[in-house]
Structure formats: C-alpha cells, structure tokens
Design a protein around this ligand. Structure first.
Ligand SMILES: [Mn+2]
Length: 317
C-alpha cells in the first residue's frame, strides 16, 4: 500500500480525472466523490464524478459544489469502494482501469494500481480531509459540507463505535469553515420523503425474528418498490432498521434487484463480525456493517441465509 502523500503526489502529477464510487451511494460515497472532485477542480485539474445512478435526494445539494466538465478521462480514482463488483452496472467495464483507490473498508480487494486504505477512519471522508492538505486545495465551506455529510452519515450521526477523537478533531475543522451542521443534520437524519416513509412501513411489516429474536430479517420486493415509485438508489437508511431492535445480534435487510438478484445488507452487534459473516456469501464490509449479493427472489434468499445462520458457530452457544 502507498502512503497518502505519495498517492497525493502521483495524483498531482496527472490530470483528467473521473471519480467512481459504489452503487447505491450513501452519504460517505457522495461526500467523498464530490469533495475530492471539488478539491481537484480547485487546484486546476479536470475532474468529474460518475455515479452511474441517481443519488439520494438528500445528498443532491452537494452536486452544486462542482462544475460540469466534459472531457475524456485519463485517470480513474475510486473512493469508498471496497470491491469493483460494487460499481454500478454502467461503469463495471472500468473495473480494471482504476488507477487510484482511497478507501476505509477492511474488505478492500486491492483492485487499483495504487491504493490508500485506512480501516481506522470512521468515514472515507476523514481520509479525503487528510488528502486536501497534500493536494493543496485548502478547505472551504462547500468542501467541508461534502466531508461533513460523509462523516455524519457513516457514524450514524456520531453515534456508532467507529467515532474517534480524530473524527471530532476533523469535524471541528469542518465547522470552523461556517458549515451549519444543524441544518444539514435535519436534512440527513430528520426529514424523510413520503416514498421513503411508505418503504419503511413495508420494511417494518415484513420483519421477522428467528433464533429467539437474535436474528431479524426483513425484505422489500421489486413489486413493492414499483408500487411506491421509489428508485433503487433511494433505499439508503433502511439497512439499519432490524439491528435497532433490542436482543437482535444480526439484522438483515434483503432487497430485490430487477436483475433477479438480491442485495443483502447485514448489521451486527459485537461480537458478531459482519465482514466475516458476509464473506461466506462472497461479500464483505466492516465489523458492524457489511453486504453481499445473492441469486434469487427475496424469499428464496432469506431461506438460504437462514440455513447458513443455523450452522453459524456463534448461535450454537
Ligand atoms: Mn464509507
């Protein structure tokens, strides 16, 4: 692995960047991608972000912080992307072309030519914050808002155990630029769209408990989604619903995709390792959060997962 300074130096030597991140972009993916793009544009580089799909509406305001630049990319940078399998279908062809990777996932597959991975960063945006100095872009209010969105969302509003003293130190620098964190928090954590509320009703209705309430699984089908009129990219936040229930040690959300697969999100409580759990199904993630894809309808996928959990060592105690 390269040091952050050497990655920054190598980026500074190049131009015409396209920034990529994972499909179903969350706040950290959007904040990292747009934040880095703004930093590169500020130092006079040609840079753009390709998400592949629409980003959730609540992060939409960040897209105003970069200008539209039309060019043929010469260098690809991935942010918050553990595995190229997680790229949106429309950019999967770029899987082997990624020059630089900046990530904080333990499960990073080391697919890029040069990578900087810091698994102690609560959010990838913490690493983006560090690279700003190296790039020489400085931190302005707009850039700070991008990073705030990433850090606030990946820490669950500063409530998860991944928060460190460094997290708060960085946020202190962010707030000094004049960022109105209360206003952003309202957008991120309090207000929700009617469609999202309808979706949550389904998630609550479909939630079932297994193994004396230690496992909770819920699902949403493509049919449900088209009835509500909610797009595949607007489903953020639902993955954390099952794990919030008292006694649940593994909380799983299964969402059907139009291609006959399901995206499975896993959240766990200590000592269950979500990364370890997801690896069984070819996925990965962090200690408390991970995911994988599985073939079949939601109900078929749930049966497969239950079968595995039955033999999961942690449950035989
Ligand atoms: Mn992240």
């Amino acid at each position: 692995m390269k040091s952050l300074s050497s990655i920054a130096r190598n980026i500074k030597d190049k131009d015409f960047f396209c920034i990529l991140t994972h499909n179903y972009p969350d706040g950290d993916a959007v904040g990292s991608a747009i934040g880095l793009c703004r930093a590169l544009q500020k130092i006079g580089k040609h840079a753009k972000v390709t998400f592949g799909c629409e980003i959730p509406e609540k992060f939409g305001f960040l897209t105003d912080y970069i200008f539209h630049d039309d060019f043929t990319p010469q260098n690809y940078i991935s942010v918050d992307l553990a595995d190229t399998d997680l790229l949106h279908e429309s950019v999967k062809n770029l899987s082997t072309s990624i020059d630089f990777c900046i990530d904080h996932h333990k499960s990073n597959k080391n697919y890029a030519k040069q990578s900087f991975i810091d698994i102690n960063s609560a959010a990838n945006c913490e690493i983006i914050f560090e690279i700003l100095n190296e790039l020489g872009s400085g931190l302005d209010k707009e850039l700070a808002e991008c990073l705030y969105v990433g850090i606030a969302t990946d820490t669950g509003g500063f409530m998860y155990t991944n928060v460190t003293a460094r997290t708060h130190k960085i946020v202190s620098q962010i707030l000094k630029t004049g960022v109105n964190s209360g206003k952003i928090n309202e957008k991120l954590f309090i207000l929700e769209s009617k469609k999202h509320f309808e979706l949550k009703k389904i998630i609550y209705n479909n939630l079932k408990f297994y193994f004396s309430g230690r496992l909770a699984i819920t699902h949403v089908t493509t049919d449900d989604m088209s009835k509500i009129g909610i797009s595949d990219c607007e489903l953020d936040g639902i993955a954390s619903i099952p794990i919030k229930i008292e006694g649940v040690e593994i909380g799983i959300t299964v969402r059907e995709k139009p291609n006959g697969m399901c995206k499975v999100s896993v959240r766990t409580r200590y000592p269950v390792d979500a990364d370890e759990f997801c690896k069984i199904f070819g996925g990965g993630g962090h200690a408390r959060a991970g995911g994988f894809n599985i073939i079949g309808t939601a109900l078929i996928s749930i049966e497969k997962i239950k079968k595995y959990v039955m033999n999961f060592t942690r449950w035989s105690k």
